[in-house]
Ligand binder design. Sequence first.
Ligand code: SAM
Length: 226
Amino acid sequence: MRIDIITVLPELLESPLNYSIVKRAREKGLVEINIINLRDFTADKYKTVDDYAFGGGAGMVMMIEPVYKAIEKLKSERHYDEIIYTSPDGERFTQKMANILSLKNNIIILAGHYKGVDQRIREHLITREVSIGDYVLSGGEIPAAAITDSIVRLIPGAISDEQSALSDSFQDDLLAPPVYTRPADFNGWKVPDILLSGHAAEIDKWRHEQSLERTRKLRPDLSDDE
Ligand code: SAM
């Protein structure tokens, strides 16, 4: 899999995508992640990527030309399954979407900035607009990193124990059960007996019941999803 992230702030993406599971997946060759500096696609000496909004008003707008050039160059080199624009008004990002995207071969993520990108890019080049929640961040880099991380951990082989990703929250529309580690008794705070029993089938049953109970209590909406 290949993920190309177009950004005006490449430095913001270096650290989140260079540690832990994502780093190991890159090292194992399971995913190639490229951070593309939008300013490399500008023509002027100031490397300008923003301009005033037509019609006036506060805030700058990401210019059409550099974004167009960056996307067209990538598209001339390979086919892309999705060209994603991160935007607060996009489709809400979910584990379901992460699962779908983890099966793709090549993805571009355009991280927006300023007031956002010129609408014509969204209309003509973007295939999917994604929001990571109902709040506004300063730029699309953190959303791009969040989307990338959640996709990469689902690629088979990215996590050593594959079950670990499959038993995470939101897979099967359930929240994950509680987890415990040693010591079994910390100042009287005890681990449930069942987890110390050694009965694998009973433990699985208990975990499933805990998942159901947590989901019912904390996120009843999950079972209402289509
Ligand atoms: N004017 C835009 C609006 O009100 O919808 C917000 C622009 S925001 C300051 C700059 C960029 O950050 C956006 O273009 C988008 O790429 C990114 N961004 C901010 N919040 C986001 C969110 N919740 N999900 C995805 N991207 C977001």
